[in-house]
Design a protein around this ligand. Structure first.
Ligand code: G6P
Length: 485
């Protein structure tokens, strides 16, 4: 039985909010549903979250919910006629005082007072994810005067970036603070923070999350040039988070597309070394917004992220607003399974030659190392409270599936994001203390995952409550009578 190891995150939106479509998406392999707080009302997000949970439960599937905060994306205001067309060589101005709904062919308003201070003569500004490029020629007290270098259409509320980064609005807006409360109410599994500049922004997000009573794991979206400027900043941001997203849209615009592939590899590697989960996002199957098939380039892009060892690949507009949300998930699932066959996916040099920090980490890494090197092993069973032990295991490349056995609902959905980890609801306290391993192996056997004669690696601790207690690894043969005593 081939289990897909790389997980699929898909954004919900108008194209994917009906029960019929959502059900097909979940059956096609959706692992994490993303609620994009940049669009839609709290009511819509509430309804989607509920629907995902209902459908997943009906099918015995575990789908995590991720809320994505809008963050301080800097945008231009509106045009009188919604849209203008700019040509190379045109002169254009950004004004912090111009009326917000009255942009013209020459000038548009902008809600970011520091724009003038943050930009200097010669800087390049990128509009609409880099589709339109301008150079700053001069600035006055309230305007930037620019020349268009690359022309094209420009419409209401398009985003603006500076090449090299440096437009530094604080990461958490009043709207984000409200949406953190919504995340608490909806008991989301993950919360993605947009445009964090450094670890301090993530620490603030964590404080606000705690104050709101939410328990969502925090994902730092890496999308500013500053965040990847040096290893110290990147690693500090990773350590201050529970996971990261390679948010390639804004990041690519700020650092330039030529740098992006290398930075993606670096972010994924650094996240995994720090025991964090990582999502690769943006335009992975963009053409599937309007086509039932991905392009060859998109197939390669998804496969490359799989070979980089990302935990998950993400769909945005493809599933939120595209014509083929179900096909996009199927295509992604197919490409992931194909790429996972490549031999580099099963060999690992992860943390060889490095010290381990904790007993549970040591046990988890030992277990996956055994599974990779002892040919009879067909599965790993990890008894876990929070998902932490299987998370550590899944930082190492392996073709042996990891089964997170947990009685807790939040951990059951959380691990849906971890590469190569599947959920099995299991309450060790429901069995006599000496029969827990037997019951766990029997459970996998009943599911058809393993058969008599196969070997299974199992980890647990000396008590069955409390995170961080994993201290035991067993190598068990299916069919033997097992006793924990
Ligand atoms: C199970 C084990 C415990 C262990 C825990 C680990 O309950 O039997 O002994 O402490 O899982 O949970 P964690 O959240 O650290 O993966």
């Amino acid at each position: 039985m081939t289990v897909r190891r790389t997980k699929i995150v898909a954004t919900l939106g108008p194209a994917s909010s009906s029960p019929e479509v959502l059900e097909k998406m979940i059956l096609a392999g959706l692992d994490v549903a993303r609620l994009n707080f940049s669009h839609g009302s709290a009511e819509e997000h509430r309804a989607r979250a509920q629907l995902v949970r209902e459908i997943a439960a009906r099918h015995g599937r575990f789908v995590a919910l991720l809320g994505d905060l809008q963050g301080p994306k800097i945008r231009i205001a509106k045009f009188v006629n919604k849209r203008i067309e700019l040509n190379e060589g045109d002169h254009f101005r950004f004004s912090v005082t111009h009326p917000r709904d009255a942009g013209t062919q020459q000038v548009v308003g902008i809600d970011y007072p520091d724009l003038i201070n943050d930009c200097g003569v010669g800087d390049e500004l990128l509009l609409d994810d880099g589709r339109v490029v301008m150079r700053v020629d001069a600035s006055t007290a309230d305007e930037l005067h620019c020349t268009v270098l690359i022309g094209g259409p420009l419409s209401d509320n398009k985003g603006i970036n500076r090449r090299g980064g440096g437009l530094t609005a604080p990461a958490l807006t009043p709207k984000d603070k409200n949406d953190i409360k919504l995340a608490a109410e909806l008991q989301l599994d993950y919360l993605a923070v947009s445009f964090p500049r450094d670890a301090a922004d993530m620490e603030l997000a964590r404080r606000l999350r705690d104050e709101a009573g939410a328990s969502a794991w925090l994902i730092a979206k890496i999308e500013r040039a500053e965040a990847v400027a040096d290893d110290e900043t990147l690693d500090a941001m990773i350590r201050a988070s529970d996971g990261v997203m390679v948010a390639r849209g804004d990041l690519g615009v700020e650092i330039g597309d030529a740098e992006l592939v290398g930075i993606q590899k670096k972010i994924i590697q650094h996240a995994r070394r720090n025991n964090k989960v990582v999502i690769t996002a943006t335009q992975m199957m963009e053409s599937m917004i309007s086509s039932p098939m991905p392009t060859r380039a998109e197939v390669s892009d998804v496969a490359n992220a799989v070979l980089d060892n990302t935990d998950a690949v993400m769909l945005s507009a493809e599933t939120a607003a595209g014509h083929y949300p179900i096909e996009a998930i199927k295509a992604m699932a197919r490409v992931c399974v194909g790429a996972e066959k490549h031999p580099t996916n099963t060999r690992s040099g992860h943390r060889l030659g490095q010290q381990f920090q904790r007993p549970d980490e040591s046990t988890a890494l030992a277990a996956i190392y055994v599974a990779n090197h002892f040919p009879g092993v067909k599965a790993i069973i990890s008894l876990t409270e929070t998902g932490y032990t299987p998370l550590i295991m899944s930082r190492l490349r392996s073709a042996i599936p990891i089964y997170a056995f947990t009685p807790h609902q939040d951990a059951q959905t959380r691990v849906a994001l971890f590469r190569n980890v599947q959920t099995v609801p299991f309450n060790p306290l429901a069995y006599p203390a000496d029969k827990v391993s037997q019951a766990a192996v029997d459970t996998l056997c009943k599911r058809g995952v393993v058969q008599p004669g196969d070997w299974v690696v199992l980890t647990k601790g000396d008590s069955y409550h409390g995170t961080g207690g994993t201290n035991t690894m067993k190598i068990l043969q299916v069919g033997d009578t097992l006793s924990d005593a």
